[in-house]
Design a protein around this ligand. Structure first.
Ligand SMILES: Nc1ncnc2c1ncn2[C@@H]1O[C@H](COP(=O)(O)OP(=O)(O)OP(=O)(O)O)[C@@H](O)[C@H]1O
Ligand SMILES: [Mg+2]
Length: 246
């Protein structure tokens, strides 16, 4: 029999790399504890994570992000965890991935509580993060890079993102660290920031470098999309009223 994307075979370690025994056990626990009612379909398959649409017991659409247990990316992750005062114990191997998921949950929660437009975090366990699904026209929301917007809509997205980044830096003192049109979702007129596992406090040794990278990504994308802006304008707006350095 031909195997299509048959990812739900329990215990088969090789299948699609995310559903190993321990991950299935965690999913089962999340279902048992009433966080997830059903897993629907994959929305995104990347090298670091696979994201599924799911449903909560009260039929709220969810995004379930399963971090891969992929040893080749461990080294990369360490760079973002070491130096973060909140995560003194980095851990090795599996533990490192668990810290990574916990870090994403904690960053998301801080942003959500600061009323930054991010998906509402729901829970996390080991390598699994559960959050609200951002939707657009009844399905999972597309990345900003994949939507066609008119000038006015693009300007609104720009203002919303820069406003959110201002709150991130000044109110909760976090730097996103991977912000671009790939990590912004477009939902019926609103822009949502996602993928915050690598976000670091402004006190992190790499904060300046990551901030600069985010700013260049934003300037490049929004300029290309017709918004009158520049790296200097973006930095000026984000740092307005800020006495310390990002
Ligand atoms: N809350 C959400 N609502 C809707 N879609 C989401 C949500 N979270 C993630 N996605 C979808 O899953 C994709 C990957 O998520 P994310 O950017 O968080 O993972 P990633 O770390 O970039 O993974 P990889 O690097 O392996 O691609 C997103 O581009 C988006 O399409
Ligand atoms: Mg991403």
């Amino acid at each position: 029999m031909e195997r299509s994307d048959d990812i739900f075979v329990p215990g088969r370690k090789t299948i699609d790399e995310v559903f190993d025994k321990s991950t299935l056990e965690v999913l089962y626990e999340l279902m048992k504890h009433g966080h997830i009612q059903s897993m629907d379909y994959p929305i995104s398959t990347g090298k670091e994570a696979k994201v599924f649409r799911a449903l909560s017991p009260d039929d709220t659409p969810l995004a379930v992000k399963i971090m891969r247990m992929n040893t080749s990316i461990f080294k990369e992750y360490r760079k973002y965890i070491e130096g973060d005062y909140r995560f003194k114990r980095v851990g090795k191997g599996r533990k490192l991935i668990y810290t990574w998921a916990k870090k994403e949950f904690s960053n998301l929660k801080r942003m959500y509580e600061a009323i930054i437009n991010v998906p509402m975090p729901i829970t996390f366990s080991n390598n699994i993060l559960v959050m609200e699904l951002v939707e657009h026209q009844g399905g999972p929301a597309p990345m900003l890079k994949d939507v066609k917007l008119n000038e006015e809509e693009m300007e609104e997205v720009y203002n919303s993102i820069i406003g959110d980044y201002h709150k991130m830096v000044n109110e909760i003192k976090l730097i996103h660290g991977d912000l671009s049109e790939y990590n912004i979702l477009y939902s019926d007129g609103d822009a949502y920031i996602i993928d915050v596992s690598q976000s670091v406090p402004t006190s992190h040794p790499r904060a300046d470098e990551l901030f600069q990278r985010d700013v260049s990504n934003l300037a490049r994308y929004f300029q290309k999309s017709g918004v009158e802006t520049s790296e200097d304008i973006i930095i000026g707006t984000i740092m307005e009223g800020n006495d310390d350095h990002a």
